[in-house]
Design a protein around this ligand. Structure first.
Ligand code: HEC
Length: 163
């Protein structure tokens, strides 16, 4: 009797509706920036944004520096690890904003503008760039004490060990 109800088209439909009702909050949770960071970025940058000695730059206490450097904001939108992530433009913008709020710490400028989906879309449509050269140029503009305060793994020279 029970099996017959499940097999009937109507029963199947309500089973789907029920399943969707159960899944909807979980799917919504996946769009949350923290979850997206854990799914798409943490593997390299580590849960606390510490990076690795193997050439993954730390985000903690330094990702905010880029926001104040000329071209730095644009650089952040061109990072291959982020731009190629299977995230929609608005999701990537939210993850970037979350990363900055979460990790920038002492490097956070007094004022900064949140990333938007439009900016992400524009950067994604642009040709890939020589990201290493761009990064090195930005680091060369940072005041020496800020560079010294950063971990060795975050400097362009040691990052080269990754390749
Ligand atoms: C495969 C490893 C990898 C993944 C996955 C990855 N990144 Fe990165 N990320 C890097 C590397 C390496 C750099 C340095 C620039 C370069 O060489 O691409 C970087 C640089 C950055 C930077 C700038 C920090 C700096 O000092 O250059 C930010 C911000 C960033 N990534 C955010 C993200 C976000 C957000 C995600 C997830 C959507 C992500 N990354 C996924 C490897 C990764």
């Amino acid at each position: 009797m029970r099996a017959r109800v499940i097999r009937s088209p109507r029963g199947t439909r309500s089973a789907w509706v029920l399943l969707l009702m159960i899944l909807a909050p979980m799917l919504q949770a996946q769009a949350d920036p923290r979850t997206n960071y854990l799914l798409h970025c943490m593997g390299c940058h580590q849960p606390e944004g510490a990076g690795t000695a193997m050439g993954i730059p730390a985000l903690r206490d330094r990702v905010g520096y880029y926001l104040d450097l000329p071209g730095g904001r644009d650089y952040l939108l061109h990072i291959p690890g982020a731009r190629n992530a299977p995230l929609k433009d608005d999701e990537l913008a939210s993850v970037m904003n979350w990363v900055i709020e979460q990790f920038a710490g002492r490097s956070l400028p007094a004022r900064w503008e949140r990333f938007t989906a439009t900016e992400v879309a524009q950067a994604r449509a642009a040709k890939p760039v020589d990201i290493d050269a761009w990064r090195a140029k930005l680091w060369a503009q940072l005041p020496a004490q800020e560079v010294a305060a950063s971990n060795a793994d975050a400097t362009p020279a040691s990052k080269a060990t990754l390749y």
